[in-house]
Structure formats: C-alpha cells, structure tokens
Ligand binder design. Structure first.
Ligand code: MN
Length: 167
C-alpha cells in the first residue's frame, strides 16, 4: 500500500465513522425534540375532550394524571382553541404550562402569554379563560385546588374579535 492509498483509506474510514456516529446522535436528538414538541408534550395528548366540547371553541384533549387527594390533568388545545369564560367556585385552579404557546386572561385584565414552565394561580371566584395561541398547540396541567363543594361555572365564549387581537 503506498502512502496515497493509505491516506485515502484512512480518510474514508474517518468519514464513515463520523457519519455513523453523527447519524446516531442526530437520531437521538430528533427523538427527544419530537417527544417534547409533539402535541401534548411530555405528559401526552390523551383523548379528545368531547365531554367539555360545549364549553370550548375548537378541539381539546385530556390526559388525566392524578385523582388521589388532588385531581390533575394535562389539557391540550389545538391552535385557536380556547375554553369559554368560566369561574372555579370555592377551589380555584393552578395551571402548569407544559408545551406550546397560549394565553390566560382574568376578566378586566390583559391576556397573559404563556410558555412551558409558566405557573398560573387562578383564585376561586375569578372569571377567566385559557387556551392556545392562533398558530400554536398549547398544553398545561390543570390542578383543581381541593375545596368542599367546589364547582366550575361555564359562561359565554371568548369573542372572535377579542381573541383575534392576540398574536
Ligand atoms: Mn380555568
């Protein structure tokens, strides 16, 4: 084997090795990105939330997480989906944002843009809505703050004109 052949073979092996390793690293990263950005995020999408259809504009999905002591679910909104104005009586609600981009608005205040990692404390008796941005899926864990006789009162939909002002 002359020097030229030796160098070419060496270079070829190096290239092949780099491609194989690089490919594996990329495949793994892609998988991670996929599971973190898929609708529903790391807690999963669950089932279409048909029971609450009448209180939402657009499609939403529900993945129940806990039901012992404290009830919590991962709620996912398709782009443009939001729930109607509503009030959690007595108990209130906590939202932990898990994926996408969306909004929370309390009556009389500007809508608050939400991203993964954001926490929203919704006191009992505050009229509000939550949902996705027009162009993004959105997921949050909803925790019902336990309280004796806690109920949710569903009210009017968030108007298209009002919602379409949000980016
Ligand atoms: Mn709520």
């Amino acid at each position: 084997m002359n020097l030229k052949t030796f160098l070419m073979v060496g270079l070829g092996l190096c290239l092949a090795f780099t491609l194989i390793i690089g490919d594996r690293v990329m495949a793994k990263e892609l998988q991670t990105v996929k599971s973190e950005t898929a609708p529903g995020g790391i807690f999963g999408l669950g089932e279409e939330n048909t029971a609450y259809n009448k209180y939402f504009i657009g499609k939403s999905y529900l993945k129940p997480l806990t039901d012992e002591g404290v009830s919590s679910s991962n709620v996912t909104f398709e782009p443009g989906c939001r729930n109607n104005w509503h009030i959690h009586h007595k108990g209130g609600q906590i939202l932990l944002v898990t994926a996408g981009r969306g909004y929370y608005q309390a009556e009389g205040k500007p809508a608050q843009e939400l991203h993964p990692g954001d926490v929203v404390n919704i006191p009992a008796e505050v009229k509000h809505w939550h949902g996705a941005a027009k162009d993004s899926w959105f997921s949050h864990i909803a925790i019902a703050v336990p309280a004796e006789g806690a109920t949710t009162e569903w009210l009017e939909p968030v108007g298209d004109e009002e919602y379409s002002k949000l980016k």
